[in-house]
Design a protein around this ligand. Sequence first.
Ligand code: URA
Length: 425
Amino acid sequence: MDTIEVIRAKRDGGELTTAQIDWVVDAYTSGGVADEQMSALAMAILLNGMDRREIAAWTRAMIRSGERMDWTALDRPTADKHSTGGVGDKITLPLAPLVAACGAYVPQLSGRGLGHTGGTLDKLESIPGWRASLSNDEMLHVLREAGAVVCAAGSGLAPADKKLYALRDVTGTVESIPLIASSIMSKKIAEGTGSLVLDVKVGSGAFMKTTETARELAETMVALGTDAGVRTVALLTAMDRPLGLAVGNALEVEEAVEVLAGGGPADVVELTVRLAREMLAAAGVTGKDPAKALADGSAMDAWRRMIAAQGGDPDAPLPRAAETATVEAPASGVLTRLDAYAVGLAAWRLGAGRARKEDPVSAGAGVTLHAKPGDPVREGQPLLTLHADETARFERALEALDGGYAVGPADVERPPLVIERVTAT
Ligand code: URA
């Protein structure tokens, strides 16, 4: 095979054969195709797309580049959830132990935040002692102990995606539906889950800004999962405003624990319970009500076991940022807008996120919300509290929030949290 021929074929709008895809993914992983050649091919894919067959072949080739985990020896079905990423999206934290408490195993490989979106592993790492890196045997041990495990993917899982994602990140080729879908699904299929619920975020704080593009991504991923024998459904959910009232690492853990204790913000509870129902249905577990498992403490028990089994102390105080600043409501009325991207960017600049993969994050930094769109506010009341380790971070965070919220005289229409459900056709 000739790399330049493969690049030219896609550059000129043609379809790649399955043999070409197998070869180029394999050769790139082993170093036979150079980064600059793969960059050119990724850009050609971004500009000219791939059809269903090509995307499926690309996904299979990335799965084959590494190991495929297998949980079939476990005595209960497995279920997982993947979110395409948002602001304040801490749902995995209450959801994984909740689904475990209802009778399915949840083996979840998760990621770190990049840019304005937070990462589940960064959030959990704010719990003193908690470890993200586990061997496969340790994963199995935690699963048996707690019913759920959330950890980092090892280097053996879809190494082709690991290499390609890092390249896309620095070549402006992340925003391609075929490349996003194959990247996410290669990891989820290789992870070995029997069923999967995708939470595809839509809005300013998400990768997908419109319902149409989110639907296309969801349909593509559902088809990839279904074809690979993983029972897969997707929900399109709102990310025009932050989820819940906390954005940041330890701040979000605190809010997740409130949900597990039977409280927490209504939107976080609603989405957690809805996704749990979808996961249990996809896994074929019947007769359990997730709302009841939140109320009766069984989800909290599973959370405590899961955290402890990964070295964390569920009772340890969480880190807090040293400094706070308040943003006040500019007028009395109704909060008509609180933009997810503006709040995510502010939290990032406060230290909750990282600019480069190797940067550390601050456990205590972030933003807490005192009102959500649709709530009445009084002039001068606190609207947001900013948390940072150094006061020097406040100026740029406040700039990010400039124009990101509005108070008006009339109530606003609150769009539904769950916009659409996508199943295999
Ligand atoms: N998350 C992934 O894992 N891959 C992408 O391409 C985008 C988001």
